[in-house]
Design a protein around this ligand. Structure first.
Ligand code: HEM
Length: 370
């Protein structure tokens, strides 16, 4: 596909599929010609949202200059310096989860480690009280739930669950933001509450976006890391430091990118790699494919943990480059390092892999440890 038809139209899905690294890079960096505003595609009016339906007004679907306003107030908190300060909190969260696993010989890596790590970390950064964590996790799960089959009934069930979770979270965050306004805490809810040029709905939308964008993706990065390390037989080499774990995690991001595709919509008639794209056309940018583009990566189908420098775009690029990239990397580095330090032996069972239907990850990953 990448070589023969690098940009091709799929009549059924009504989208251009874009497979080459250079083309995807070009689209993502050219936000004037390719908007991230999905409301244009869905033909919904951008109503400014409400606390209940705040997703229309977050940075991820907004173009500059509005995008700068929605992201600028918090960008600093996600830069490497600020993220380093969160590291002790992440170490503590990880250590506590590992304490719970220490006496077990077997556990499900996804449910018992990869899911809770990012949920608890983001709950802490937002300053969610500990007694709301369970509720918080249920909301996060409902937000990213996908239909188990494609019957109308199942699709509606999942959509209802998402709407309900979004409404409940909307109300919860609206109240919390109100309570923290004027406060001097350094949690993300207080910072959003004190942001001057954001509406109430935009602040709520920001809080929910962090969960939507950060939880399942980081879960999948952790899962895909242990999956890949086991498959390659390198768990012990990573544990001893013979293989650098940070570099190896970068290779996981390339090789098993948690987000496989992004969407953009053309705002003008434009040519892309010889194809005429019309205003309003939808483009699907295949990150998974571009991260294996042989024009960019030597031996791209091979997992090479020592690969470097690694030019993958698993976190996107351009103005929407992942806000949480440094946080996700730090979480993964801490979690994987501590996990391997804690157990002398870790064997992941790859005999019955159940891939997730939407993002790139697994439903479960049974592990044996000692
Ligand atoms: C944006 C991937 C973790 C928050 C993005 C984008 C990608 C991505 C590809 C670009 C979306 C686009 O261009 O349309 C990932 C992956 C992660 C991860 C692979 C984990 C391995 C996180 C975390 C957070 C986060 C932990 C926050 C807690 C965001 C936000 C945006 C974003 C807010 C929107 C940025 C903007 O529009 O300016 N992420 N992400 N992500 N991500 Fe992440």
């Amino acid at each position: 596909m990448r070589q023969k038809t690098p940009v091709c139209y799929d009549e059924q899905r009504e989208t251009w599929d874009v497979f080459r690294y250079e083309d995807v890079n070009h689209v993502l960096k050219n936000h004037d010609a390719f908007t991230a505003n999905r409301t244009l595609e869905d033909n919904e009016s951008s109503n400014g949202g409400s606390d209940e339906m705040p997703m229309l007004q977050t940075m991820i679907t907004t173009d500059p200059p509005e995008h700068n306003r929605l992201r600028g107030f918090i960008d600093e908190q996600f830069q490497p310096g600020a993220i380093r300060e969160y590291q002790p909190q992440v170490e503590k969260v990880t250590a506590e989860l590992l304490d719970d696993l220490e006496n077990k010989q077997q556990f499900d890596f996804v449910d018992e480690f990869a899911v809770p790590v990012p949920v608890i970390v983001i709950a802490e950064l937002l300053g969610i009280p500990a007694d709301r964590r369970e509720q918080f996790k249920e909301w996060s799960d409902a937000l990213v739930a996908r239909p188990e089959d494609d019957t109308e009934e199942e699709i509606q069930r999942v959509q209802r669950g998402q709407q309900q979770a979004q409404q409940e979270m909307g109300r919860y965050f609206a109240k919390l933001l109100e309570e923290r306004r004027g406060g001097d805490g350094d949690d993300l809810v207080t910072l959003a509450a004190n942001a001057e040029d954001l509406s109430r709905g935009e602040k709520v939308g920001f809080c929910i976006l962090l969960l939507l964008a950060g939880n399942i993706t980081t879960t999948n990065l952790l899962t895909n890391t242990i999956w890949s390390f086991e498959e390659e037989g390198i768990i012990n080499d990573v544990r001893t430091g013979a293989i650098d774990h940070e570099q190896a995690i970068e290779e996981v991001l390339r090789y098993r990118s948690p987000i496989q595709s992004l969407k953009r919509i053309a705002t003008e008639n434009v040519e892309l790699n010889g194809q005429q794209i019309q205003t309003g056309d939808v483009l699907t940018l295949w990150l998974g494919a571009v991260n294996r583009d042989p024009e960019i990566f030597d031996d791209p189908e091979k997992f090479r943990p020592e690969r470097g420098p690694n030019r993958h775009i698993a976190f996107g690029t351009g103005v929407h480059f992942c806000l949480g990239a440094h946080l996700a990397r730090m979480e993964a580095d801490v979690a994987i390092e501590q996990l391997l330090e804690r157990f002398d032996r870790l064997d992941a069972d790859l005999s019955d892999l159940q891939p997730l239907s939407s993002l790139y990850g697994l439903e479960s990953l049974p592990c044996e440890v000692s």
